[in-house]
Design a protein around this ligand. Structure first.
Ligand code: ATP
Ligand code: MG
Length: 256
């Protein structure tokens, strides 16, 4: 198995609080690696460090064999790391269609083939067609002319995923992709994520609190507790680990 992402010895502290302690984590090509852990364990912080939004005080991050520890988030995006956020990040005042077009324009720029017409002028008709087709396939076509800000929570998350995938990442990091969703939306997201892995060969790193979703998605499970990894491996085995059971699935865990 090839390690697509490999982080070693990651230590991270905010000025007033130590968050990650000696974290080692690998993500293998085409796996669906889910990180679980109680609130405040450091999952989102770890995502920020891996995606280049923040830099660790010590430790290294390699992606596809390249040391990317010092690279900014946009440079990692160019290399194929996509990411969604715990709270969806969209161009809130733009229409849903413009959001989709903007993402495609970014993809063209990253690929070095900009169409020469930035969105403020007039987007290339083929990009408008492609954006509409993508909105269709995500069930968002009817909302094309609405501002992104007025979408429901589930639709915002779907649009954010569409934008991330428009950039053709190899690895996508999804921070709580089903948080706050109704059961039907949740199932749809699980189905879509499993399809991305099986049919498009994507690699996924996720955090998730819903245990049903976790075990529907995970091919590997890592447990983070107080900023330290306490177990990692086959999901069923991790679930049986007595320490994990005590800390996360036991009476004190709160999520299972
Ligand atoms: N900007 C910040 N400044 C200071 N402390 C922060 C900051 N962001 C997060 N923290 C603290 O870092 C710790 C880890 O937070 P983080 O958001 O990474 O946890 P998490 O595992 O993602 O939690 P959740 O499951 O609630 O999303 C917490 O104690 C949190 O209060
Ligand atoms: Mg979080």
């Amino acid at each position: 198995m090839t390690n697509l992402l490999e982080a070693k010895g990651i230590n991270f502290a905010y000025p007033s609080v130590r968050v990650l302690t000696d974290v080692d984590i690998t993500v293998q090509a085409n796996e669906s690696h889910v990180i679980i852990g109680p609130n405040g364990a450091g999952k989102t912080t770890l995502f920020k460090v891996l995606s280049g939004e923040m830099f660790p005080q010590s430790g290294t991050v390699h992606y596809s064999g390249e040391n990317v520890t010092g690279l900014d988030a946009w440079q990692r995006v160019h290399r194929g790391i996509g990411r969604t956020f715990q709270v969806a990040r969209l161009f809130a005042d733009q229409t849903v269609l413009n959001n989709a077009i903007l993402a495609l324009e970014c993809r063209e720029r990253i690929a070095g083939t900009p169409q020469g017409r930035w969105w403020r002028l007039r987007p290339a008709p083929e990009l408008v067609d492609e954006a509409m087709a993508r909105l269709e396939s995500y069930g968002l076509a009817a909302r094309a002319q609405d501002r992104a800000a007025v979408l429901s929570h589930g639709d915002k998350k779907r649009l954010e995923l569409l934008l991330t995938l428009s950039l053709h990442p190899k690895l996508i990091m999804l921070d709580e992709p089903t948080a706050g969703m109704a059961p039907d939306d949740r199932r749809a997201v699980v189905e879509m994520i499993n399809r991305l892995r099986a049919e498009e060969g994507l690699t996924l790193l996720l955090t998730e609190h819903d245990m049903e979703v976790v075990f529907d998605l995970a091919t590997r499970l890592t447990v983070l507790n107080h900023g330290q990894i306490i177990a990692s491996g086959d999901p069923a085995e991790v679930r049986r680990d007595p320490m994990v059971h005590e800390i996360y699935f036991g009476k004190r865990g709160g999520h299972a």
